[in-house]
Design a protein around this ligand. Structure first.
Ligand SMILES: *Cc1c(COP(=O)(O)O)cnc(C)c1O
Length: 463
């Protein structure tokens, strides 16, 4: 299995190399050269198997000969062993034909754990083989950072730096990043918003000398291995609801487009997905793009669903690459316009291709809050604000002929203020992390200054 860049100018890599590289050297994102198919029989055979077994079968063809069966199996077993639910990704019914896929039973209570835990294990296996040392730098709107720190803490050959927007993540998110005591993980509070954090990480990757000196690696949702691990739960959910004999729709609370793009990969592999619905909060660049055909950045407005407060949706580049018939030159040009002019018009053909796969909806703060309150009353299910954005959009799109699955991307206790404001009750943390508020914190505040942050990282490299 070979991986190519969405901008067409970077070396073609295998799975292990693409995972290690993160961002491609031409600024693009790696995608598989061809997408392997799962037959109807393969899909039907997923019914009733463990999540780990399903993960192995779905991921195996993409991994090629980068890892042996035994290494991949071991990584998957260890990745999900620490989850707080035997099903890993259980489905709960919310109403007629509407199901919630709970993706928040991992160690940091958000869906990011599904991918990050696997990457941590695979990265470790790969470094053990080569004897290399790497530095992982990531930008987070809250959940990626905690998931990365949790997945890499204490690993020998990896240093982890996570940039988060100071004051713009929830207390639980911050504490999950600042309370681990292992010296190889460090949270950096940046004076700026999430897009500033993301831009700084991109700038580090474009500083090739620095990149090579520190062995820079990305585990942001641009990393192909993350997208791949997220493909699995689309299969397990749809198979439980009758795939391949029945089509299933999905609604996905969306920010950086990694999660929903995993659904697109599942569809291309042969999973009968009817519609993939993008649910956004007031930071609605993706919804506007699908409605109007103009992909135009506006300022970020902080919301009660902060993990979706972004205007630069990195993985959307992968969707554009497909919509433009895999024309890397065209994608490179669009990304240049986005950087220089703040936006670009999507061509008619590409817009049509996007609309054939994706629907979209936008939810206000008031509607998000009302949805948390109503769902708790009507079903007893307490939603986090991101999941509520998804549920609200999904409710307007449910088709009687097909089940709708909304992805619940985080546990309500990760966003207790918003949930309490909506329902009057503070959602408790699961028992296994009930002492989070008592642990001491450790963080470094940094200015929005590339050179200063690079220097900080280089100074801390082991001699
Ligand atoms: C990361 C995140 C999202 C957005 O997912 P993308 O893959 O970036 O689109 C939504 N909800 C929560 C809770 C998240 O942590």
């Amino acid at each position: 299995m070979r991986y190519v860049s969405t901008r067409g100018q970077a070396p073609v890599l295998n799975f292990g190399e693409a995972m290690r590289a993160g961002l491609a050297r031409d600024g693009g994102l790696y995608v598989p050269e061809t997408i392997p198919a799962m037959s109807r029989g393969d899909i039907a055979a997923l019914r009733g198997v463990s999540y780990e077994e399903a993960a192995f079968r779905v991921m195996r063809p993409f991994v090629g000969d980068s890892f042996s069966d035994a290494t991949l199996e071991g990584a998957i077993e260890r990745a999900y062993g620490g989850f707080g639910h035997d099903a890993r990704a259980p489905l709960v019914q919310l109403g007629p034909n509407h199901f919630l896929l709970e993706l928040f039973h991992g160690p940091t209570l958000a869906f990011k754990d599904f991918a990050m835990q696997v990457i941590g294990q695979l990265m470790q296996a790969s470094l053990e083989e080569t004897g290399d040392r790497i530095t992982i730098v990531g930008a987070t709107s809250g959940d990626t950072g905690s998931a990365a720190i949790e997945a890499f803490r204490g690993l020998d050959a990896v240093d982890v730096y996570i940039l988060f927007p100071d004051g713009r993540v929830s207390e639980v998110q911050r504490r999950q990043m600042t309370t681990p005591t292992e010296a190889n993980v460090q949270a950096l509070a940046l004076d700026g918003d999430f897009d500033d954090c993301q831009a700084m990480v991109k700038a580090m990757f474009n500083d090739f000398a620095f990149r090579d000196r520190v062995g820079l690696t990305a585990v942001n949702s641009i990393n192909w291995a993350r997208v791949l691990a997220q493909v699995v739960y689309y299969f397990t959910a749809a198979a439980s609801l009758g795939a391949p004999d029945r089509e299933v729709d999905f609604t996905v609370p969306t920010g950086n487009f990694g999660d929903i793009f995993a659904g697109y990969i599942a569809k291309r592999m042969g999973l009968p997905i009817g519609r993939l619905v993008i649910a956004t909060n007031q930071n609605d660049i993706l919804h506007r793009t699908l409605e109007t055909g103009a992909h135009v950045k506006e300022g970020v407005t902080p919301s009660i669903s902060p993990s979706m407060d972004i205007q630069v949706s990195s993985n959307f580049e992968r969707a554009l690459f497909e919509a433009y018939g895999r024309d890397g030159g065209a994608v490179a040009q669009l990304m240049g316009e986005l950087a220089e002019k703040g936006g670009f018009p999507v061509s008619q053909g590409a817009l049509q291709a996007l609309r054939e796969v994706y629907g979209s909806g936008r939810v206000s703060e008031e509607e998000t809050s009302a949805t948390i309150r109503d769902m708790a009353r009507r079903t007893g299910e307490v939603l986090c604000p991101h999941s509520a954005v998804g549920v609200r959009v999904a409710e307007t799109r449910i088709d009687r002929a097909r089940p709708m699955v909304t992805l619940a991307t985080a546990h309500p206790a990760k966003f207790p203020d918003a949930v309490e404001a909506a329902t009057g009750a503070r959602p408790p943390l699961p028992k296994r992390m009930a002492d989070l508020y008592d642990r001491s914190e450790r963080l470094v505040r940094v200015a929005n200054d590339l050179a200063a942050v690079e220097e900080l990282i280089e100074e801390r490299l082991p001699a």
